[in-house]
Write a protein that binds this ligand. Structure first.
Ligand code: SAM
Length: 340
């Protein structure tokens, strides 16, 4: 292959010029003798260019270079050449990291390569365990099936979100790290002394985030016993200013017996939260705020649902947000509504 033989003293300045002109070949190792440096080239420079460098064309020589072993910089880099090129496009680079656990989405076409992809994820994220999504989020407790791909098969982890430490079992409870900003937005709105109901609390990421920062009382309800189990652990793990009352059960039954009216109610069950709007409205103090979540293509539908459940109370829409994408054109939307 072609290289440029240059005197040692001038090698660095010439290397920089070659690099700038994109003539230096970065796939091969520069080699050195006592007096000369040999720079690998990807094209033969013309004599005018060589003249400017103060070199004659005899300095362009045929010689051997050692191939550089390039370290892959990303998971995609690493997988190039290991999985068929036509399948590379299907490889989804986005994945969730929950504490020490990586959760990947692998299309059916890459079924055979799943362990290789799992190992790559383990290597590049430096986490402990890698799982693959095996189903949609489903059922009342909103969990999904996971297939272990690499690292330890240990689904219990502690996720750090802002300054909260959230312990959970990724197989047994719902948790999405993609809601971190949303939880902060809600916690930022809370005033000291509020009474709050978190109707679908899960392992408590909203409740912990709020009670860590504010002296409030939060009734945190969930139907999944495992979610309440981890919520209780999280109450111990985090230094809380406020008080959380964890309650296991169906929110409709729980609220029937709970003679509490709240200043704020969080309703993060975007598939079916609308069914619980009437009971939420019943438990809200005048001037109280609902954080209502729904899967929707627009903001109109969730706003209409809140307004109709609140009737005859007046509704002031304080904010509306697209929290995250659910599927093409469909969003997990948030509506902050104040009821008179
Ligand atoms: C989408 S997850 C949200 C969890 C939590 N708020 C978070 O942000 O991680 C919804 C939660 O609602 C709970 N859930 C579903 N139906 C319920 C019901 N009828 N009563 C109480 N909790 C319910 C599920 O067990 C699940 O933990």
């Amino acid at each position: 292959m072609i290289g440029l033989k240059v005197p040692k003293k001038e090698a660095n300045s010439i290397r920089l010029i070659l690099q700038e002109k994109s003539i230096l070949n970065h796939d091969w190792k520069i080699k050195r003798s006592e007096d000369y440096v040999y720079l690998p080239l990807n094209q033969r420079p013309d004599s005018e260019f060589l003249g400017k460098l103060g070199l004659s064309s005899t300095k362009v020589i045929d010689t051997e270079f050692e191939k550089l072993k390039k370290r892959p910089k990303s998971m995609e880099d690493y997988l190039q050449g290991r999985i068929p090129p036509e399948k590379m496009d299907e490889f989804k680079k986005s994945f969730d990291i929950i504490g020490d656990v990586v959760i990947l989405e692998i299309p059916d076409d890459l079924e055979e390569e799943r362990y290789l992809i799992g190992e790559a994820a383990l290597k590049f994220t430096k986490r402990r365990s890698v799982y693959r999504k095996k189903s949609e989020i489903k059922g009342v407790i909103r969990t999904r099936e996971l297939e272990h791909l690499a690292g330890e098969d240990q689904p219990i982890t502690i996720h750090k979100e802002y300054d909260s430490h959230i312990m959970l079992d990724v197989k047994e409870v719902y948790f999405s790290p993609r809601l971190a900003t949303e939880r902060k937005i809600v916690a930022d709105q809370v005033q000291e002394g509020e009474i709050i109901i978190d109707m679908f609390a899960g392992v408590g990421p909203f409740a912990i985030n709020i009670a860590r920062r504010h002296n409030v009382q939060i009734y945190a309800i969930d139907i999944n016993p495992q979610a309440i189990h981890y919520l209780k652990k999280n109450m111990i793990k985090n230094k809380l200013k406020g008080k959380i009352y964890p309650i296991e059960g169906d929110v409709t039954t729980v609220l029937k017996d709970l003679k509490v009216r709240a200043d704020r109610i969080i309703m993060n069950l975007p598939g079916t939260a609308h069914e619980f709007l009437p009971i939420a409205v019943e438990h809200l103090n005048p001037g109280g705020i609902l954080h209502y979540y729904q899967f929707s293509r627009d903001f109109e539908d969730p706003i209409k649902r809140v307004e109709s459940a609140a009737h005859p109370h007046q509704v002031e829409i304080l904010n509306r947000r697209k929290v995250k994408s659910r599927s093409p054109g469909v969003w997990h939307v948030a509506i902050d509504a104040k009821l008179s």
